[in-house]
Write a protein that binds this ligand. Structure first.
Ligand SMILES: [Mn+2]
Length: 430
């Protein structure tokens, strides 16, 4: 792994939190993600299973975590099953975790090889009352492809049809939504790498560079700092920025255009999510600056408004009302249009059509509980925007924050965002 070791306390604590939620005599089993095929004999890079990582810090494929807090024998209360490294495996695939290393990463003392799993499972299932299994229950997940967890659910139910089966996902969503201090530190670290990338590209962007050259600058800075793109970067100049999920990044950045950058790094499987909008030639036009400052005001007020107890929905509605006012000031909405505004049919929808923000953590669009108000430890993105295809540009600005008892803390407060600041830094690159 490229990241530095994480204190295993994080994972020990996370398992302790889950064990507290499990009813008496419960068995919980989670699997890593599959190594997914591409074409021919190719595979995608392994993406660690977020829940398994949250509970163990284990990133290796084909791993299984079994929790049985009420097991009679202590060695069966938590067990991690791993691929047994063979000489052939080491030659073709490289180093795999030893039992000692797996204990060091996860804090789990009972490490066993995968070949032992069926017998151990049978033995423990017989004394368990109910079984908690995991599935991807993200609200917007497309579960088109079966996961290892999905296959195990089927297999387990076939082999042990008379057990009571229950869902792990709601518990894990609740736990993962509230980040611990150690987790916030990891996200803060990812934000720091993102900052370096953004500052690098400020000195690089000028008329004539291509969007993919900007992407290359970011890749260089992220990777040399032990990070990687947290998601496919959006590097959209001019009107490209009005396509919300533009990821081709294949156009030339032209003089006079704005460049929208939704680009961020992850670190140790924790993500950051940043958007900045900068002038390609280093200087905003008066109109671009007006729209920019309008969006910036809404971002700042929305950050301040992310307080404990507020519902996500109300937070979104408040931002829509702020955007309405800004659009009025920019001459994009009339007073009559603003007066007709309702929550169901927002006046700003034509210019601001997406959500104000989302949870972020081990997943970029992290798991969160629906209809639960903001609580301390929630990490959120705040990303208002105004999209003006008729004028050939869009502005979105996005920071990541953590909600605390003492108010929101901006994890990206040190990343340049004021129009003057951006112009000054871009001038340094000339
Ligand atoms: Mn975002």
């Amino acid at each position: 792994m490229r990241h530095l070791p994480i204190k295993s306390e994080l994972f020990v604590e996370n398992r302790a939190k889950l064990k507290q939620l499990l009813p008496e005599n419960s068995l919980a089993i989670l699997h890593s993600n599959d190594v997914l095929p591409t074409n021919a004999d190719g595979t995608f890079k392994v993406v660690p299973n977020a829940d398994l990582f949250y509970l163990t810090g284990i990133e290796q494929e084909e791993s299984i975590l079994l929790l049985f807090p009420d097991a009679y024998e202590e060695k069966n209360r938590e067990i991690l099953f791993l691929r047994e490294p063979t000489e052939l495996m080491q030659i073709w695939e490289g180093q795999k975790l030893t039992k000692e290393e797996a204990t060091e990463v996860s804090g789990v003392s009972s490490i066993r090889w995968l070949s032992e799993f069926p017998a151990v499972l049978r033995d423990l299932m017989i004394s368990a009352e109910q079984v908690f299994l995991n599935q991807n229950e993200h609200r917007r997940a497309s579960n088109l492809v079966e996961t290892r967890d999905d296959r195990f659910v089927k297999q387990c139910k076939e082999e042990f049809p008379l057990h009571t089966y229950r869902r792990l996902a709601p518990m894990l969503h609740a736990l993962r939504a509230e980040k611990s201090e150690l987790e916030v530190e990891l996200i803060r670290h990812a934000c720091g790498i993102t900052k370096k990338g953004f500052e690098r590209l400020l000195k690089f962007v000028k008329p004539g560079v291509t969007e993919f050259e900007v992407e290359a600058e970011l890749a260089h800075e992220f990777i040399r700092n032990r990070g990687a793109f947290a998601y496919t970067p959006i590097i959209a100049s001019g009107k490209n920025a009005c396509g919300l999920h533009y990821i081709d990044n294949d156009q030339v950045c032209n003089d006079g255009d704005l460049l929208l950058l939704d680009v961020a790094s992850n670190y140790a499987n924790y993500n950051s999510d940043l958007t900045r909008t900068i002038p390609v030639n280093g200087k905003f036009t008066p109109r671009q600056r007006d729209v920019y400052n309008a969006v910036l005001r809404v971002m700042k007020q929305s950050i301040a408004g992310a307080v404990v107890g507020k519902s996500h929905r109300d937070w979104q509605y408040e931002a829509q009302e702020m955007i309405n006012e800004e659009l009025l000031g920019l001459g994009l909405l009339t007073k009559e249009e603003v007066a007709k505004h309702t929550r169901e049919t927002p006046a700003c929808k034509k210019y601001f059509m997406h959500g104000l923000g989302h949870s972020i953590g081990i997943d970029v669009h992290d798991v969160a509980l629906p209809n639960v108000p903001f609580a301390p430890g929630w990490v959120l993105t705040v990303e208002p925007g105004i999209y003006l295809p008729d004028e050939g540009f869009a502005v979105r600005i996005e920071n990541d924050i953590v909600v605390t008892e003492n108010g929101p803390v901006d994890l990206m407060g040190d990343i340049p965002v004021e129009a003057d600041e951006i112009e000054a830094l871009m001038a340094e690159g000339k």
